[in-house]
Ligand binder design. Structure first.
Ligand SMILES: C[S@@+](CC[C@H](N)C(=O)[O-])C[C@H]1O[C@@H](n2cnc3c(N)ncnc32)[C@H](O)[C@@H]1O
Length: 331
């Protein structure tokens, strides 16, 4: 664990112990002085969680437009409020995961889950720089005031991209820098853990998202925040981006209407239960599916349709033992 990670972990371990003793966490070390005021009383009541459980700077569950059946991942899930709200929104059929590196926070989150009696949620121990989930395993990645804490934000965004399936969405509330912070603030690990010193500018955030592979990057400032003793300005922001669909990642022009594209995406999604591996690099998408007559038939049908509408790509399918390997390359 890096020095920064250890400083952050220690700080949130102490916060978790404070929460476990039911004292308010809503002090200047919250990501935003507002704490849980982004959540309606009804939302909070639906999971029976105290508003002081939030150390976030927004409400990413609203931003993400979650739908029943979706799989959601919250990066740095803290006391679990966003995971529990997401789990409610994706029911029936969906699941919400939270990843956090701090044992004490995981314990608070699992306690809150027990109180809320939410079954379709799982809290995983791990870092957001190495997410403990397979490739293409979720539809939506959310996060609330955490990515700014990571020393290697690019690694976090690459991981978010990896775990999202084709067409997946990123919907994050985070702090960004509006004006450069003094060097001594940046150097202070204590300030870092308080969601101030680790902030990067909107331009840097956008570039990191694009470099990770995301498209349609949209960053909206929601509130400027001034903290005592800190020159420079930071702000809470809503950050949205999208992982393109199978063909979109190759930037192919496919002759489908929006409605047809949505239907085609649903058909590809229905095959994801058989998906075991998927990689993308420079104009090439490779995916492996568990072979069965039904999966083969559906893949062959979809590939025939894709060949018609996307003649700018080569679509191949071959059997490899127990797998069906699909390869799409931009020609
Ligand atoms: C500011 S709190 C936000 C918690 C929660 N998202 C919320 O809105 O209340 C930061 C949380 O992220 C976790 N965290 C910070 N950096 C992390 C990392 N690199 N990997 C995993 N968890 C991390 C901390 O343990 C803490 O629970």
């Amino acid at each position: 664990m890096s020095d920064i990670q250890e400083a952050v972990r220690e700080r949130y371990a102490a916060k978790a112990l404070q929460m476990a003793q039911s004292s308010s966490c809503c002090d200047t070390s919250c990501c935003d002085a507002g704490c849980a005021n982004e959540y309606s009383a009804e939302e909070l009541a639906s999971v029976g969680v105290d508003p002081t459980a939030s150390l976030g700077c927004g409400n990413p569950t609203l931003l993400a437009d979650l739908r029943p059946g979706e799989r959601v991942l919250d990066l740095g899930s803290g006391a679990g409020l966003d995971v529990l709200l997401s789990a409610r929104r994706v029911a029936p059929g969906g699941h919400a995961y939270g990843v956090d590196m701090t044992d004490e926070m995981l314990a608070v989150a699992r306690g809150n889950q027990g109180k809320a009696a939410v079954a379709n949620a799982t809290f995983l121990k791990g870092t957001i720089e190495q997410i403990p989930l397979p490739d293409a395993s979720v539809d939506v990645v959310i996060s609330n005031c955490v990515i700014n804490l990571a020393a290697d934000k690019r690694a976090v965004l690459r991981e978010a991209y990896r775990v999202l399936g084709p067409g997946g969405r990123l919907a994050v509330a985070d702090m960004v820098a509006l004006a450069e912070l003094p060097a001594e603030v940046k150097r202070s690990l204590d300030q870092w853990a308080g969601c101030v010193a680790g902030t990067i500018s909107i331009d840097e955030y956008t570039a990191a998202l694009r470099d990770a592979g995301f498209k349609d990057v949209d960053i909206e400032i929601t509130r400027e925040v001034r903290l005592e003793g800190v020159d420079g300005a930071i702000a809470s922001a809503y950050i949205r981006a999208r992982k393109t669909s199978l063909t979109g990642s190759l930037d192919l022009a496919c002759g489908l209407t929006d409605a047809e594209l949505a239907q085609r995406r649903d058909e590809w999604r229905a095959l994801e239960a058989a998906l075991v591996q998927r990689t993308e690099r420079d104009g090439l998408v490779e995916a492996a599916y568990r072979a069965s007559p039904e999966v083969r038939e559906r893949l062959e049908r979809l590939l025939a349709l894709e060949r018609q509408c996307c003649p700018g790509a080569r679509w191949d399918l071959r059997e490899d033992g127990a797998l069906l390997r699909m390869r799409i390359s931009a020609t």
